[in-house]
Design a protein around this ligand. Structure first.
Ligand SMILES: [Zn+2]
Length: 119
């Protein structure tokens, strides 16, 4: 059964079968699915995952810094806590967003445009 792109992305599994692991290391996609053999080599989410992670983490980190400053925390504590939260969130969210964008590309058969496409 083909999973939804968002479910496959959240679980970081193959968008074709939903079983095989998508990554062979932290952010490096496997060449193919170990469960169904789907070929992942043409996959390229580009900068998309980083853009969405920046938007999400920025929406959390900026108010956090503001709140800590208003609450009277020393500046070094506020900056240190905000940097720690931002770093942890970025590291946690990047694989999930990359997997989700890849699954969406997979579902919609997105690929890089070529000259043949416009002729
Ligand atoms: Zn698979």
């Amino acid at each position: 059964m083909t999973p939804t792109p968002f479910l496959a992305g959240l679980r970081m599994r193959c968008p074709q079968c939903g079983q095989g692991e998508l990554f062979q290391s932290y952010l490096k996609l496997a060449d193919h699915c170990r469960a169904c053999g789907a070929d992942f080599r043409a996959a390229d989410a580009g900068d998309g995952p980083a853009v969405f992670v920046i938007l999400v983490v920025g929406a959390v980190a900026a108010p956090l810094l503001f709140i800590l400053q208003i609450a009277g925390a020393p500046t070094w504590v506020a900056i240190g806590a905000t940097l720690a939260v931002a770093t942890a969130l970025c590291l946690a969210l990047l694989p999930v967003f990359k997997a989700t964008l890849f699954a969406l590309q997979w579902k919609h058969k997105a690929r890089e445009a070529t000259h043949e496409d416009i002729e």
